[in-house]
Design a protein around this ligand. Structure first.
Ligand code: SF4
Ligand code: SF4
Length: 490
């Protein structure tokens, strides 16, 4: 019996020590994240855990756990610890809906989206007084009054950096510069490239396995952080072209044919520090920089596939033919979150996406269940923090255009972008899945992706440590627009 108690005491001490070390790790992580509130709470938590360990060691030293009461407390502690481990570590039943990707979200007739009706196409492409402008509003009078009001109020464009006015200059300059190269990558010959003349008329023989390995390796080698492949569901291809950047107006309204069987989808990480400044101007530099990366990678990948002797088309922010988020879900990169973006296990929603569709035979990936939809049901932080109330707060998804989801109001979101002159990113900043991937956050992620109880516990803990409305973070020194005043108060 004595030996058993000694073993129990040593294991107990080791367990409490590990707990204190993890607590210390979380404290260090919060300081590294520059999270003042979380650092205070994590510090208190670490002190509490350390005090608990010291008291335990003292009681052990004086032989308390060998008395009747002490033994009862020791056994209760064990029961509690083992129960907590079972509750938190066991794998919850899978979400079969998530494992079907977007097919699991379809609950009615889904119509392919006409890009002409998209808020970007209506506001960035259509020019008042043009033939296309008149034709569009004749066909879609439902948008006319709303768009006219927005135009009268100054329109959504041309107010870059307003929120930081009058200090916005350098960051607006950097945002526009970040978009300089991709402006040249949306032309028809770039998005659907011909093979290089040295490869013309040839086809490189690759098995689907070999092609998949090479394509994924190439995309990651070019700078993508995540890559997946899906068979292309035609529902996620726009029905007609709507955004025009190169005066090729004959393309406006052209029906988009679904020519390819596969889509390669990839994601680039957005910097934790820069997204942390949303909705202010540094976050727009980061968004634009990642749109540019997406265009750069997609253009090269389409060219690579063309050189292999197959057809490929790049979708990026200067030429979209496909909808990125549903394809990313089907390619197994993550799940659709309440905020309307893809939420990945590796980087949360802190990503920008690119797509290349192709007829090159590839091996598709499978959609994943990482617990995002369940987490979003309880969390709602993005909806609570959204400055334009564009994200639904209802617990459950609703069916919009045949698809069960939390439908972001992209009209009011875009209107807010117009008002502040950046692409906001507040929802991305506050999402608990967006935290920097430090060791403690990785442990939490492992728990929440497999276990329902962990999702509930850590959603509450996120509110306690980071606040229900997390503050804007200090921005990198080089992007500060007012030296000495690193953080804005809201
Ligand atoms: S980007 Fe901003 S305005 Fe748009 S949904 Fe997210 S938080 Fe709301
Ligand atoms: S903030 Fe919460 S509700 Fe919104 S997407 Fe992230 S996890 Fe889901």
């Amino acid at each position: 019996m004595e030996v058993v108690i000694t073993i129990m005491l040593v294991i107990g001490a080791a367990g409490l020590l590990v707990q204190a070390v993890v607590g210390l790790g979380f404290f260090v992580s919060c300081i590294w994240e520059k999270e003042r509130r979380a650092s205070v709470f994590a510090g208190l938590q670490f002190l509490g855990m350390s005090a608990f360990l010291i008291v335990y060691l003292l009681l052990m030293w004086i032989g308390f756990f060998r008395t009747g009461l002490g033994l009862a407390i020791l056994i209760s502690g064990y029961v509690l610890a083992v129960s907590a481990a079972i509750v938190l570590l066991r794998r919850s039943a899978p979400n079969l809906q998530a494992l079907q990707g977007t097919r699991g979200l379809i609950a009615g007739e889904v119509k392919r989206q006409d890009e002409r009706t998209h808020v970007f196409a209506r506001n960035r492409s259509l020019r008042p007084g043009s033939e296309q402008f008149a034709a569009f509003y004749r066909e879609h009078p439902e948008y006319e009054e709303y768009d006219a009001r927005r135009r009268e109020a100054g329109g959504p464009l041309g107010h870059f950096g307003t929120i930081d006015s009058p200090h916005e200059g350098p960051n607006v300059a950097a945002t526009l510069a970040s978009g300089a190269i991709p402006m040249y990558l949306g032309t028809p010959e770039k998005v659907k490239p011909e093979p290089h003349f040295l490869m013309k008329g040839k086809r490189v023989n690759l098995t689907p396995e070999e092609a998949t390995e090479r394509i994924k390796g190439y995309v990651q080698n070019r700078g993508a952080d995540l890559v997946g492949i899906t068979e292309l569901n035609p529902l996620w291809v726009y029905s007609h072209r709507g955004e025009i950047f190169y005066e090729n107006w004959e393309d406006w309204g052209r029906e988009i044919k679904v020519e390819h069987k596969y889509a390669v989808v990839f994601a680039m990480e957005m910097s934790f520090d820069m997204v942390g400044t949303g909705p202010h101007t540094p976050t727009a530099i980061e968004s634009m920089g990642n749109y540019a990366k997406g265009a750069y990678i997609a253009t090269q990948l389409a060219s690579f596939i063309a050189n292999l002797g197959h057809s490929a088309a790049a979708s990026h922010f200067r030429h979209y033919e496909a909808l990125m988020v549903p394809l990313a879900v089907d390619a197994g990169l993550g799940e659709l979150g309440r905020l309307g973006y893809l939420v990945t296990k590796e980087l949360g929603p802190r990503v920008r996406l690119g797509v290349v569709t192709t007829d090159l035979p590839l091996i598709p990936d499978k959609p994943v269940d990482i617990g995002v939809q369940d987490f979003c049901r309880i969390c709602k932080k993005c909806a609570v923090c959204c400055p334009s109330n564009s994200i639904p707060v209802e617990k459950n998804q609703t069916v919009v255009n045949g698809l069960r989801r939390w439908k972001l109001n992209d009209e009011t979101c875009f209107e807010y972008w117009g008002k502040i002159g950046t692409d906001c990113n507040v929802c991305m900043r506050v999402c608990p899945w967006s935290h920097a991937r430090t060791f403690p956050h990785r442990i939490i992620l492992e728990l929440i992706t497999r276990n329902k109880s962990a999702r509930r516990i850590f959603s509450i803990m996120d509110d306690i440590f980071y606040g229900k409305r997390p503050k804007v973070k200090a921005i990198p020194k080089w992007a500060r627009f007012k030296p000495g005043k690193p953080v804005w108060e809201h």
